[in-house]
Design a protein around this ligand. Structure first.
Ligand code: NDP
Ligand code: 2IT
Length: 449
C-alpha cells in the first residue's frame, strides 16, 4: 500500500529500521516523511551529501530513567521515564510529555520526530523533543499524581531548562501535572525559571490561550482549507474524537464558527448528540469532575452512548481526530469519504494510518496532517516562552490573534510548498517538505555536529 521510495531513500529507510528495531510508530512517522522527500534531494543535493536525513533520524540525545513512587496505601510502583531530545537546529528542544500505559521508546520517538518538523512550521525558534512515561494517571488520586510528577522531575530536572529543553503537556499531562513538575523543578534548582515548562497555570507564568490553543488552531487550519475551496464551517456536521484537552477546544471553536459537533468519544465508547454537543456539560464532566464521557448520556435525554463504538461510522462533513495515533484506518477513511466528509483536520498526532491517508489523498478531500494542523499548541507554548522571557503577560484577544496568524501562515506555507513541489493541495507533501527544508538548512549552517 505504501508509496514507493527511490532506491536511495529506500536504502536510508532500511538502515534506520535496522538501527531501531521494534519501534513501529517511529518507522511509520519516518516513512511518511521520506515519501515526501524525493524532489527535495533533487533540488538540494547538499542535503544528501551531508547525510541530513540520517542525522535528523538519529536523536541528539535520549534519556531513559526509573521513576519510583508510592501509592496512597504505601505500595511501591516503578515506571519508566523518557525524554528524547531529537533536534536542536532551530532552538531548544520543545515538545510535550505523555503519561499513558502504552508509552515506550517507539511512541516517544515518533512524537519527537514529528515535533521537529511541526515546530519548524510554526516559524518560531524551537527545536524538537518529546518525553513521557508508561504511568497511567487514570483512577489515581491527586496525591498519587503529585508524588509521581515529583519523582519524574527528580530525574528530569538535570536535562531541562529554558535554553536547553522545554517540556509541556500531551496525553495524560495537563495543567495539574505541569504545576507539580514546575514546583519540584523550582525546589530542586532553587530557581524560578518560568521558561522551563509551558502550559503552566495562569497564576505563575502560564499563557492565556495555551489551554485552548491546539483545538482552536486545528479548527483555524481546517477553516483555511475550507476557504481555499470557497467553503466554511457554517452549517457543517462535524465529528471530534476524544474528549480531552484537544477535543474540547476543537468542539468550542467549531461551534463558534457555525458548525455542529454531533459526537465525541474516549477509549471506551462514543457519545452521540444529534442536537450538537453541550460543551459546558462536557467541560464539567471532563475538566472539573474528571469523569468518563459515558456519563454525558445521563444528563441529556436525546444523547446516546455506544460502548465500544466507532465514531467514524457516523456520517459527517468534517472529521477532526483528536484522541491518539492510528485511530483512523483505511476502512474508516473510506467510510468517512463515502458518507460525504469533505475535510479532515488532525488535532491528534498521526491519527490516520498510511492506508487511511492514501484514501483521503486519492479522494482529494481537504486533509490537514497533524504536524501542520495541530501546531497551534506548541506555537502558543512558544508564545508562552516569549512572555516568560520578557516577564510579560498578554491578553486573551492578543494571544488568540497571534495564534490565528500563525495558523494561517502555516496553511499558506504548506499550500505554496505543495504547489512548488508538484502536488498542489497535498498538505502532507507541503508540511513535510517545508518543515524538513527549514531544519535541513539550519543543520547545514551548523556544520557536521
Ligand atoms: P488528553 O489526555 O487530554 O485526552 C486524550 C483523549 O484521547 C481522551 O479522550 C482519551 O480517552 C483519548 N485517548 C487517549 N489514548 C487513547 C487510546 N490509546 N485509544 C483511544 N482513545 C485514546 O490528551 P490531549 O487532548 O492533550 O491529546 C490528544 C491528542 O492530541 C494526542 O494525539 C496528542 O499527542 C495530540 N496533541 C496534543 C497537544 C496538546 O497541546 N495537548 C498538542 C498537539 C497534539 P481515555 O480517557 O479513554 O484515555
Ligand atoms: O504534540 C504537541 O505538539 C504537544 N503535545 C504540545 C507540545 C508543546 O510543547 O506545547
Amino acid at each position: 500500500m505504501a508509496t514507493q521510495l527511490s532506491e536511495k531513500l529506500e536504502a536510508i529507510y532500511q538502515k534506520i529500521l535496522q538501527r531501531n528495531p521494534g519501534e513501529t510508530e517511529f518507522h511509520q512517522a519516518l516513512r511518511e516523511v521520506l515519501e515526501s522527500l524525493g524532489p527535495v534531494l533533487v533540488k538540494y543535493p547538499e542535503f544528501a551529501d551531508r547525510k541530513i536525513i540520517e542525522r535528523i533520524a538519529e536523536p541528539e540525545r535520549q534519556i531513559i530513567f526509573r521513576v519510583p513512587w508510592q501509592d496512597d496505601r504505601g505500595e511501591v510502583h516503578i515506571n519508566r521515564g523518557f525524554r528524547v531530545q531529537f533536534n536542536s537546529a532551530l532552538g531548544p528542544y520543545k515538545g510535550g510529555l505523555r503519561f499513558h500505559p502504552s508509552v515506550y521508546l517507539g511512541i516517544v520517538k515518533f512524537l519527537g520526530f514529528e515535533q521537529i518538523f511541526k515546530n519548524a512550521l510554526t516559524g518560531l525558534p524551537i527545536g524538537g523533543g518529546k518525553g513521557g512515561s508508561d504511568f497511567d494517571p487514570k483512577g489515581k488520586s491527586d496525591n498519587e499524581v503529585m508524588r509521581f510528577c515529583q519523582s519524574f522531575m527528580t530525574e528530569l530536572w538535570r536535562y531541562v531548562g529554558e535554553y536547553t529543553d522545554v517540556p509541556a503537556g500531551d496525553i495524560g499531562v495537563g495543567g495539574r501535572e505541569i504545576g507539580y513538575m514546575f514546583g519540584q523543578f523550582k525546589r530542586l534548582t532553587s530557581r524560578y525559571e518560568a521558561g522551563v515548562l509551558t502550559g503552566k497555570g495562569l497564576d505563575y507564568g502560564g499563557s492565556l490561550v495555551r489551554t485552548e490553543a491546539t483545538g482552536y488552531g486545528a479548527t483555524f487550519f481546517v477553516d483555511e482549507m475550507l476557504k481555499v475551496r470557497k467553503d466554511s464551517f457554517e452549517g457543517k456536521r462535524c465529528l471530534v474524537s476524544g474528549s480531552g484537552n484537544v477535543a474540547i477546544y476543537t468542539i468550542e471553536k467549531i461551534h463558534q464558527l457555525g458548525g455542529t459537533v454531533v459526537a465525541c468519544s474516549d477509549s471506551n465508547g462514543v457519545i452521540v448528540d444529534e442536537k450538537g454537543l453541550d460543551l459546558a456539560l462536557v467541560k464539567q464532566l471532563k475538566e472539573v469532575e474528571r469523569r468518563r464521557i459515558k456519563d454525558y448520556a445521563g444528563y441529556r435525554k436525546q444523547a446516546r452512548y455506544v460502548e465500544g463504538g466507532n465514531i467514524w461510522e457516523i456520517p459527517c462533513q468534517v472529521a477532526m481526530p483528536s484522541a491518539t495515533q492510528n485511530e483512523i484506518n483505511g476502512k474508516d477513511a473510506a467510510l468517512l469519504v463515502k458518507n460525504g466528509c469533505v475535510a479532515v483536520g488532525e488535532g491528534a498526532n498521526m491519527p490516520t494510518t498510511p492506508e487511511g491517508i492514501k484514501v483521503f489523498l486519492d479522494a482529494r478531500i481537504a486533509y490537514g496532517p497533524g504536524k501542520a494542523a495541530n501546531a497551534g499548541g506548541v506555537a502558543t507554548s512558544a508564545l508562552e516562552m516569549q512572555q516568560n522571557a520578557t516577564r510579560d503577560s498578554w491578553t486573551f484577544e492578543y494571544t488568540e490573534k497571534r495564534l490565528g496568524e500563525i495558523m494561517r501562515n502555516i496553511h499558506r506555507v504548506c499550500y505554496e510548498t505543495s504547489e512548488e513541489f508538484g502536488a498542489p493541495g497535498n498538505y502532507v507533501v507541503g508540511a513535510n517538505v517545508a518543515g524538513f527544508i527549514k531544519v535541513a538548512k539550519a543543520m547545514v549552517g551548523h556544520g557536521l555536529i
